[in-house]
Design a protein around this ligand. Structure first.
Ligand SMILES: [Zn+2]
Length: 455
């Protein structure tokens, strides 16, 4: 399938660009777009004739709309996203927090754990998708949603990275030394929560981990609140999770210093310790003033792609077409009274000049208009839905949910998933409401109970 998106503005950019997508990749200009008329896997019936800028099965003209590479969330526990944030005080470290919540919130924890873990993990995938994440790095259990899963399958609308070795932590994983020094894992990066706390124990465990890294494994640390810049230089990367850190400890890693010595990535962690909404995490990160918007976006795209060794994170020919289009501050819908420039123009070229250059602030998940995962649309805002449907894009096996004021269409049956989760625990709070009935939403298979795993 070939997709052409015209007049969008890249992050921090001034000049509008056209994006060309073919076979799941960004491709170079018209010459890179194959000729029209080839068979499409997803039922596009109308093919636009060749124009000066090439030909495409689906062409969208979106002046002023912000284009970002699909975001990479480098740390989540997918199956823990049905939990509310648990805790009402700051703790000294993660061991203390764990003990506290298991003592005080046992009924709440047990209720969520009654939901089959696969269903919770699938909701975790949708949580990420709704925030514009096209790649999420799972910590802990493996769900078989990784790169071996069928591309674009309804159950994996986004990429789930499950190919790393996850070790929980020095404090809570009994056999961490043996697992870290397993020679068969030598080539794999080891991802571990580290320095997660504000006490001496959290500081000492960073040194312990480094001392015990006998095979000189590539280490990717998560949190690093107690990490020093010298220690940071011995990690391949550090995943910064500021929302989780402030919620649990009232303090976060000194990423302005640590980021000079290691690759800084960005993670949300699960809803146990923060909002479902990636853009709330981004807002909190920017408030620290320890990271510029450009540095933050790098940590969510290019740097993360390099560390996880993925062909994504850039709007560049040859890279996977993972893309987020957002309604930016200067974006204006086409005036209904005006003559549109073309059939596919939804936004006006009359962009508010005061709104440039386009940055990340103050965007929100509501502003997301389109998410592509490896070239496949996986989330579409209601403002784009009619044009795409008219042009023959098949929304079979899609569903609709309402996020605040906007309806978002997503691949797969999210309302059915939410209903199934509510059968097990009606108290789970979702940020979206089901829009029903929605035609063509294929029913998902029923959830079946599975072994429980405690947070
Ligand atoms: Zn974590």
């Amino acid at each position: 399938m070939h997709l052409q998106i015209d007049h969008v503005i890249p992050f921090m950019g001034e000049a509008p660009v056209s994006l060309y997508i073919s076979e799941g990749k960004f491709v170079a200009g018209p010459s890179g777009v194959e000729s029209a008329g080839s068979e499409s896997a997803w039922g596009v019936s109308s093919v636009h004739g060749a124009t000066a800028s090439g030909s495409a099965h689906l062409r969208l003209d979106l002046p002023g709309v912000l284009a970002l590479p699909g975001l990479i969330n480098s740390h989540d526990h997918l199956e823990f996203n049905c939990f509310p944030s648990l805790g009402d005080r700051h703790h000294l470290d993660y061991v203390a927090w764990g003990k506290d919540i298991h003592a005080r919130y046992k009924p709440e924890i047990d209720a969520v754990l009654r939901i089959p873990a696969e269903g919770r993990a699938l909701w975790g995938v949708y949580k990420n998708l709704l925030g514009g994440v096209t790649t999420v790095v799972q910590h802990g259990l493996r769900w078989g949603m990784g790169d071996l899963a069928p591309r674009g399958s309804a159950h994996t609308p986004i990429r789930v990275v499950e190919t790393t070795q996850s070790i929980h932590s020095v404090g809570l994983e009994a056999h961490w030394k043996r697992r870290l020094n397993n020679p068969r894992r030598w080539k794999q990066p080891c991802v571990i929560h580290i320095g997660e706390g504000v006490n001496e124990i959290a500081a000492v465990e960073v040194e312990r981990l480094l001392r015990w890294n006998l095979l000189k494994r590539r280490l990717i640390g998560v949190h690093g609140i107690a990490m020093t810049p010298a220690q940071a230089s011995r990690f391949q990367a550090l995943v910064w999770c500021p929302a989780s850190n402030y919620f649990l400890y009232g303090k976060t890693a000194e990423v302005n210093r640590l980021g000079k010595n290691t690759s800084l990535l960005f993670g949300t962690d699960s809803t146990l310790t923060g909002s479902w909404d990636m853009w709330e995490h981004i807002r909190i990160a920017l408030q620290t003033e320890m990271s510029s918007e450009a540095e933050l976006l790098e940590s969510l795209t290019t740097k993360a792609a390099e560390v996880w060794d993925l062909p994504t994170g850039r709007l560049t020919p040859g890279y996977d077409a993972d893309l987020v289009l957002m309604r930016a501050a200067g974006t204006r819908p086409v005036d209904p009274g005006a003559e549109p420039r073309g059939l596919h123009q939804l936004y006006s070229e009359d962009i508010d000049p005061g709104a440039r250059p386009y940055g990340l602030h103050p965007l929100s998940s509501q502003d997301i208009l389109l998410v592509l995962s490896r070239g496949n649309p996986v989330l579409v805002d209601e403002s784009l839905f009619p044009v795409m449907a008219r042009e023959g894009f098949s929304f079979d096996s899609w569903s609709a949910v309402k996020l605040a004021k906007n309806v978002k269409y997503v691949q797969g049956d999210l309302p059915a998933l939410m209903a199934q989760i509510h059968q097990f625990d009606p108290s789970v709070q979702f940020p979206v409401e089901a829009v029903v009935p929605y035609p063509n939403a294929a029913g998902a298979g029923p959830l079946t109970p599975s072994p429980q795993t405690a947070p």
